[in-house]
Design a protein around this ligand. Structure first.
Ligand code: SF4
Length: 414
């Protein structure tokens, strides 16, 4: 919806490309070092921000609890989500409470469960039901325990936008992906009209700080927001490096309809949207995620593309270890996409919402959209101001290493 607002020709032009803002690592960097980029950041709340509004405002209202009578804990992939939860937009001065009271990383949750005597690896009844089972037949419900989706395991903002743009385009479409310098963390996605070849949309996935810094240079060049002379120099250097790499780095992958990917006009198209994530590999590789326990000799350590040593040294988690190995991240991705449903089963859908001629996936998407709208209407009615506060947030330039109230990042203890 926000993308539609930005590209609506009937309205005053808004800055583009739109940049995803669900990653607090990226937001923190932009607010402190790239203030020119802030108007490009999507105002949509992150998933944690949305849950904060849902739990304390919507659900609390339904069960007769005030926001300060609920203690809301989230399990997140990184420590930066704690910083996000402490932002002023997510604090209610009326009730003196935060929308998210406590953020635990998955690694902390694992430690907590172990400390309390739980075995996180012990089996749960029904967990061996295959993920592709017809859940209608098993549970009498078209809902999986977790709603599956297309796109990435880091919020799938780009995937959702591509799906919606393709669905609303009058002609058939195809998607062309292009890895920049052979990196799966830096990929362009072009949505083309399959009949005319017109590029309807150009998006990108940009994960990891190195790619992110290149993105800032590229977007600064496209939008003319790189005002400092130092940036001009960086741009010139980046351009020379790009030229030197020409022909050796960009890899076109097959189109989604199997047609020839070689047409003109793709390079000229400016970016419309970028899914920006600070961690290489995205949230499955977040700094707070559970880490593999391996025995590795010091001499076997490599320096990854972010300049960190990996894999871990010795037994357990190495304090200096920030990212997991690519192999471990690939395993986590497999579990993310093919994970088993988690009992207890979801409630059965009301019969009037079942349309047997549709596929189970399309019903899930439709039903999810319908329920989401119902919840927002329930919480905000038709009040546009309330809807904005419920679903969106603001970003501000931060001077120096100072958080609100004069607290520095270094002084923050979790
Ligand atoms: S990409 Fe990393 S820093 Fe950003 S939200 Fe995901 S885990 Fe956190």
């Amino acid at each position: 919806m926000e993308y539609r607002e930005r590209t609506d020709e009937g309205k005053a032009p808004m800055p583009m490309p739109m940049l995803a803002s669900a990653c607090p690592g990226w937001v923190c960097y932009a607010e402190k070092a790239q203030a020119d980029m802030l108007p490009l950041l999507s105002a949509a709340r992150s998933s944690q921000g949305i849950m904060g509004a849902l739990v304390k405002t919507w659900w609390g209202g339904r069960v007769g609890l005030k926001p300060d009578e609920i203690y809301h804990v989230t399990a997140m992939p990184c420590y930066d989500k704690k910083l996000e939860a402490s932002r002023s937009d997510f604090y209610s001065a009326i009730y003196s409470t935060r929308e998210v009271d406590c953020v635990l990383t998955t690694g902390e949750l694992d430690l907590l469960l172990s400390d309390l005597g739980f075995d996180p690896l012990s089996p749960v009844a029904g967990e061996d039901i295959p993920a592709d089972t017809d859940v209608d037949a098993v549970f009498g419900s078209p809902w999986p325990e977790l709603l599956t989706h297309q796109g990435s395991s880091s919020g799938s903002y780009l995937g959702t936008l591509l799906r919606q743009l393709a669905d609303s385009h009058p002609n058939p479409t195809r998607i062309i992906t292009r890895e920049i310098r052979g990196s799966t963390d830096n990929v362009e996605y072009l949505l083309e009209d399959a009949l005319t070849g017109e590029v309807i949309f150009k998006g990108a996935k940009c994960y990891g700080f190195r790619n992110l810094q290149n993105l800032v240079r590229k977007v600064g060049k496209e939008t003319g927001t790189s005002r400092k002379s130092g940036n001009k120099l960086s741009l010139a250097i980046a351009a020379r490096r790009r030229k030197a790499r020409t022909g050796a780095g960009e890899v076109n992958t097959p189109t989604t309809d199997g047609s020839d990917a070689e047409t003109t006009g793709r390079d000229e198209k400016k970016l419309d949207f970028v899914e920006v994530m600070a961690c290489p590999g995205g949230c499955v590789n977040g700094g707070g995620q559970m880490k593999p326990v391996t025995k590795v000799q010091r001499e076997e350590l490599e320096v990854d593309e972010e300049g960190f040593e990996r894999p871990m040294a010795d037994e357990g988690v190495d304090e200096g270890m920030r990212w997991s190995t690519k192999e471990w991240v690939a395993k986590v991705e497999v579990i993310y996409w093919g994970g088993l449903p988690t009992p207890p089963p979801s409630p059965t859908l009301p019969a009037q919402h079942l349309h047997k001629e549709e596929t189970i996936d399309s019903r899930r998407y439709e039903e999810a959209d319908r329920l989401a709208e119902e919840v927002v209407r329930d919480a905000c009615g038709d009040n546009e101001g309330k809807r904005w506060e419920f679903l969106r947030t603001r970003f501000r330039k931060i001077e120096g290493d100072v958080l609100q109230g004069g607290v520095t990042h270094d002084a923050v203890k979790w």
